[in-house]
Write a protein that binds this ligand. Structure first.
Ligand SMILES: O=C(O)CCC(=O)C(=O)O
Length: 379
């Protein structure tokens, strides 16, 4: 990776430290341009900036109970239609009865909550670098003077075995963090494999088609535990700026008490997601599915708002292609009316953009559209 990825361009300041310093006004580097700030209706009236009651219950909910009980070989039309509609209309859906034990979900949330509640001095030994991003971080992107978001995070590789983060990157306090995260990672990865079959089938493809295209058993899984401290001016900033996820699928375990995830609806409005249950996952399609499906399904921008009263955590598991497999539109989804929209590219090449530039909406994919696609008449 290029040299600029060796070091952060400026000393890292933990958002937790800024929040705990008791400042009434947030530093300018966290202030977003007016067009990117949360709309007032998403923040409470009365100036306390606590989130309002649910503004949305329309992210589709997919119940996987019957499918898992019947065995994964039984993917029926009802489920593929529901997933297809969710992917077309939202790029997001929630899953319930997904096979991951609620106790495990609770345990992994508590482990990471425990980590983020440690004093900053106890966490600094895990400070990350842009070369791998593994460890305790407070920015994405290496541009000097670049905008910052109101959140700290912890990033780790869980799979494949060869890419797993070495022990030195794992917090030893809480002691259970590694064990519980690895078990959680295995379970959620299994869920992703089921979802991949359903997604393939929902596009009329062989069930194994997606998994094979993305690298078979060597697909990657990474965990990003997000921590959004209380913010004195949540109307001016974001916990995480608008972005689409670069990988295949993201499975998010949101905070069970505090909402914050917003999804950009097809009409451009930001909608706050309300998980239907504490043990629901929020799933979204990443850029690699947009590429492989030749834009039949599109990855959707999302962002995080913060609030003055409550801190928030979330755990995002990113299911990614094997790093060195070129991903391009599936020939079955290319037609004379719908030529291939994206040139082939490996995920290792693709993810450098976000690692360098930070979250930039859908700028990366839009930038690739229209670039020369080898072997076609397409520009
Ligand atoms: O915190 C959330 O709700 C979303 C996190 C997210 O989008 C991410 O980690 O990429």
């Amino acid at each position: 990776m290029a040299d600029c990825m060796q070091e952060w361009p400026e000393p890292i300041v933990r958002v937790q430290a800024v929040a705990e310093s008791g400042l009434a006004a947030i530093p300018g580097c966290y202030v977003k341009p007016p067009r990117d700030r949360p709309a007032q209706q998403h923040l409470a009236a009365g100036g306390d900036n606590v989130l309002r009651e649910p503004s949305d219950d329309s992210i589709p909910v997919i119940d996987l109970g019957e499918l898992l009980a019947a065995g994964e070989g039984r993917i029926d039309g009802l489920i593929t239609e529901a997933v297809a509609a969710a992917c077309r209309d939202w790029g997001f859906f929630q899953v319930v009865n997904h096979g991951v034990a609620p106790e495990l979900m609770r345990a992994v949330r508590e482990a990471w909550r425990g980590f983020f509640r440690l004093p900053i001095s106890a966490k600094q030994q895990y400070a990350n670098q842009p070369r791998t991003y593994e460890g305790y971080g407070s920015r994405v992107g290496v541009q000097k003077g670049g905008p910052l978001d109101w959140g700290d995070y912890y990033f780790l590789h869980l799979a494949p075995e060869a890419a797993k983060s070495p022990d030195k990157y794992w917090p030893t306090n809480p002691a259970i963090c590694k064990e519980v995260s690895e078990e959680y990672g295995r379970e959620v990865t299994r869920l992703c494999e089921v979802l991949m079959k359903v997604l393939s089938a929902s596009l009329g493809l062989e069930e194994a088609r997606f998994q094979e295209a993305f690298g078979g058993a060597e697909c990657g899984a990474c965990l990003r535990a997000n921590y959004y401290p209380r913010c004195p001016q949540p109307d001016l900033t974001l916990g995480l700026s608008a972005h689409s996820d670069p990988g295949v699928l993201t499975v998010l375990l949101a905070d069970e008490h505090v909402r914050g995830l917003q999804v950009r609806r097809a009409d451009g409005e930001w909608v706050t997601v309300q998980p239907v249950r504490d043990d629901a996952f929020i799933v979204n399609v990443g850029d690699q599915i947009q590429i492989l499906s030749n834009s039949v399904y599109t990855s959707v921008e999302h962002r995080v708002i913060v609030n003055a009263k409550e801190e928030r955590i979330s755990l995002a598991l990113f299911y990614n292609p094997k790093g060195d497999v070129p991903i391009a539109p599936a020939p079955e989804l290319v037609t004379p009316d719908r030529p291939p929209l994206y040139p082939p590219m490996t995920f290792d090449e693709y993810r450098v953009y976000i690692r360098k530039n930070g979250p930039r909406g859908k700028a990366q994919l839009e930038g690739f559209k229209g670039q020369a696609v080898p072997g076609t008449g397409n520009k």
